[in-house]
Ligand binder design. Structure first.
Ligand code: PSU
Ligand code: MN
Length: 307
């Protein structure tokens, strides 16, 4: 059986010409932001990738096909749709086999990127170890995917809605390099610092690309978590966002929100509690990550040509 892969014309042309490609996820569109800001952001992020000299490939499952690169109309359709499936590693095959439409999480987008030969992927925040995981066992499949699938994921770290120390511990156990960019601390999405030191630091796209290639040469599976802090001008300081996070978490617990619904619930509540400020920060950091991912993609093409 083959994978029902569909490349957009733009992505197909980039593949044919050996141009740098950057994968983008779609759960951020369907479950991470409200309409219409979600579609506008997806377009802006794609434009950032192009302006930085690479080609964007937004990944989603539509009508039972794994799309790598979405047209304007497909992006709009996905962004408007209600009750879109949230597809992680566990769900991808069922969705494809049964002709469904769904958005890909970080884990599923990594799988799509690997199938398309794309080495780098830009997003906002990754899933991680949820607070209270010692009781709920809620640990995102994104972490294991990073240890299995050779794609470098550019994020702004992980949200403080998660248990960040435990998230870093699990990544260390899984052998995933966690690389802060331009600073020593692991960033916390809306805030530049989590107060925790990242295990590794690289300040240049060329080094991140070289390290990505070196992992392949070593025969190591898995990718890299590149943690790029939000631009200072867009930051929401930890002491400002902290109380809202506590409130959103308390509401999730009181309402019995569980499993796949946890992350979307918290994101929506924070959007409401911060009167949209969380969303503005989110857009700024994804754009910033798109630019870094494009720079890494360009370096990957250069290194592959030299190899
Ligand atoms: N964290 C965010 N924003 C997001 C997500 C996570 O700050 O949009 C999305 C991503 O698609 C991520 C997924 O892969 O949620 C993780 O969900 P879960 O925790 O259910 O694995
Ligand atoms: Mn989960």
């Amino acid at each position: 059986m083959h994978v029902p892969l569909t490349f957009s014309p733009e992505v197909q042309a980039a593949r044919d010409a050996g141009r740098p490609l950057v994968a983008l996820e779609s759960t951020i569109i369907t479950h991470g932001m409200p309409y219409p800001q979600n579609v506008a952001t997806a377009r802006t992020v794609e434009a950032e990738v192009r302006a930085a000299g690479a080609v964007p490939a937004t990944i989603a499952v539509m009508g039972g096909r794994l799309h790598v690169g979405l047209s304007e109309a497909e992006l709009e359709q996905l962004g408007r749709a209600q009750d879109v499936m949230k597809l992680s590693r566990a769900d991808l095959a069922v969705a494809l086999a049964t002709g469904r439409t769904g958005a890909t999480t970080v884990a599923a987008t990594m799988i799509g990127a690997r199938l398309a030969g794309i080495g780098v992927f830009a997003t906002g925040g990754i899933g991680g170890v949820h607070r209270g995981a010692e009781l709920s066992f809620d640990i995102s499949a994104d972490l294991r995917e990073l240890s299995e699938t050779p794609v470098s994921v550019v994020s702004a770290g992980a949200k403080a809605i998660l248990d960040l120390p435990k998230t870093l511990e699990v990544l260390e156990t899984l052998g995933v390099p966690v690389i802060a960019v331009g600073q020593d601390d692991f960033p916390a999405f809306w805030s530049r610092s989590s107060g925790l030191r990242a295990p590794l630091r690289l300040d240049h796209a060329a080094d991140i690309a070289a390290s990505h290639m070196q992992r392949g040469a070593l025969g190591l599976p898995g990718g890299q978590l590149v943690a790029n802090p939000i631009p200072a001008a867009a930051e929401i300081p930890r002491e400002v966002i902290g109380p809202f996070i506590e409130q959103a978490l308390a509401e999730a617990a009181a309402q019995g929100i569980a499993a796949k619904a946890v992350t979307p619930f918290l994101l929506q509540r924070l959007f409401e509690l911060t009167a949209g400020r969380s969303l503005a920060a989110n857009i700024a950091l994804v754009r910033h990550n798109a630019r870094l991912a494009a720079a890494i993609a360009i370096e990957l093409v250069r290194l592959r040509a030299a190899a």
